[in-house]
Ligand binder design. Structure first.
Ligand SMILES: *Cc1c(COP(=O)(O)O)cnc(C)c1O
Length: 395
């Protein structure tokens, strides 16, 4: 029950009912910690869904955003700005491939731009994966397999084939000489942190190339250090492949909205003047924030730390017999419980002061800030058996 004039009631009478009832009203954050309106403290192991890569209130982002806002806040794409050009160059250097970048404001927009790039090949067929998630706008939704998301909005832009994720033979059978692009997440985040089997990404690269199709990797969730590499496809399991298109958003701006569509090689020239646009995309404040994120990941040696801390979390969580499997790379952590009790476990964790996410009835996902401390990770591991007890999970 919600009391009259409670924040829940005000929320429900003023905001569209797209998200159900929010769990908490959060008031402030610092590092990996947030406080609710009643002053209760939580360790944030979700980071705004893999967004707050440097945690809350990181001084480098604060400094970059304030300085940029005091200097030049917005110019439109009739004009260029230094942070925009610097960021594009930095992303291409991290991708280690010549190419070009289009900036936008979110993951779904990064994918919309990429979708339009693929249409400029002269082909329309896209092969995407079951369980994949690419966003909620009409184009990105057309590429997202989940029926419950898609069906209320059909007809969607067409000519999409969904194949089981990780099945090389199914992919080879679906891609033809009419295929514009193969679209995959290196690790499926929303599906519950499903990791591609070894060799899958390089097989996808070969299959796409042999049909003249583009390989498009959606790294909106996995990119910018989340997995312990700049891009998840740069982990050893990616076999050194270069994709034709990479889309980014979530962690890139450290909490400031920004999306990026990177195209390499010939794909970089497919969009021509008049083909696409945005008013806000690439604005100097968002680009300055993203540059601060990149500088901090380098300066604080976060990639190595992410890899080690992720392993520590997976090992520790998996020690409990009520966890049947753990997966993921770096600080994108997934686990399966013995029973369909992820909602109860997420609620018990919240009660105990830890924010985690339950993407499916049986799985949990952690995507903490890349700056999570050992002490916070160990506090969660120490609380873990008790959280499973409170949620009533039986071995
Ligand atoms: C979150 C996500 C998106 C959509 O990003 P929004 O910023 O919510 O539009 C797209 N692709 C992947 C892989 C995601 O995780």
């Amino acid at each position: 029950m919600t009391e009259p004039n409670s924040w829940q009631e005000r929320y429900h009478s003023s905001l569209m009912n797209t998200f159900g009832t929010p769990k908490l009203l959060l008031a402030r954050g610092e590092g990996a910690h947030v406080w609710d309106a009643d002053g209760k403290e939580y360790v944030d192991l979700l980071a705004g869904i893999a967004v707050n890569s440097l945690g809350h209130g990181h001084p480098a982002i604060f400094e970059a955003v304030t300085t940029q806002l005091q200097t030049l806040g917005h110019v439109s794409n009739f004009f260029a700005s230094e942070p925009q050009v610097n960021l594009a160059e930095r992303l291409l250097a991290l991708l280690r491939a010549p190419g070009r970048v289009f900036f936008s404001n979110s993951g779904t927009e990064a994918n919309e731009a990429a979708f339009k790039v693929t249409r400029r090949t002269g082909r329309t067929h896209i092969v995407a994966a079951e369980g994949g998630f690419h966003g909620r706008t009409m184009g990105a939704l057309a590429l997202t397999s989940k029926a419950a998301y898609r069906e209320p909005f059909e007809p969607l832009p067409g000519d999409v084939t969904f194949v089981p994720y990780g099945d090389t033979a199914a992919l080879a059978a679906a891609v033809t000489d009419d295929t514009a692009a193969v679209l995959l997440e290196p690790i499926q985040g929303e599906a519950g942190v499903i990791v591609a089997p070894d060799g899958y990404l390089s097989a996808a690269r070969e299959i796409a190339t042999s049909h003249g199709a583009l390989l498009w990797l959606d790294e909106v969730q996995t990119g910018i250090g989340r997995t312990g590499a700049w891009f998840a496809h740069q982990l050893p399991s990616g076999d050194g492949i270069t994709p034709d298109i990479v889309t980014l958003a979530k962690g890139l701006g450290g909490g400031i909205p920004i999306g990026a569509t990177i195209a390499t090689g010939a794909a970089a020239d497919l969009l021509q003047p008049g083909n696409h646009g945005t008013t806000f995309g690439g604005n100097p404040v968002a680009c300055a924030a993203a540059l601060a994120v990149l500088d901090t990941i380098v300066g604080e040696h976060l990639l190595d730390r992410v890899a080690a801390l992720g392993k520590h979390l997976r090992d520790g969580l998996g020690e409990d017999p009520r966890v049947v499997s753990t997966r993921g790379e770096g600080l994108l952590v997934g686990l399966d419980l013995v029973s369909d009790s992820s909602a109860e476990v997420a609620a018990a964790a919240l009660q105990a002061g830890f924010i985690v996410n339950n993407p499916t009835p049986r799985s949990l996902r952690l995507a903490p800030p890349l700056v999570l401390s050992d002490a916070d990770a160990d506090a969660f591991l120490a609380a873990w058996p008790g959280i499973l007890d409170s949620a009533g999970v039986m071995a």
